[in-house]
Design a protein. Sequence first.
Length: 112
Amino acid sequence: MKYCATMSTLVVLIISCLSIPVSVMGQKVVFEENFDGLKLGPSQEEGVKKNNVWTKEGPKGWAIETEFKPKKGAAKLPDGLGITEWMGWSFADHAWWTQTAGNQGRGNWKKA
C-alpha cells in the first residue's frame, strides 16, 4: 500500500510539473544590460553615412577591446582590411547596422 501511495504522489507531481507552461518557466531574467544611454557618433568608413550611429565606448565600468588581434599562431590580416566601425568591439544603432549591410537578416533581430 505504501508503494502505491508513493507512486500516486509521484505521478501527480510529474503531471503538475508538466502542466506549467514553458512561457512561465522562462520568465526569470538572470542578467540584463541597457546600452541606450551610450553616446553614438557619426559613421567613419561604412557605406551608409549618418550621425549618431556607432561608438567604441562602452558603458561605465566596461573594458572594451577596440583592436582586432588574431588568435595566437594565426596569420596577421593584411593592412587596410576592414573598416573603423567594425575593427574590435563596437556598439551600433540597430536600424543603421541593419541598413549598412543590406540587411543580411539583421532586421530580424528584435532585441538588439
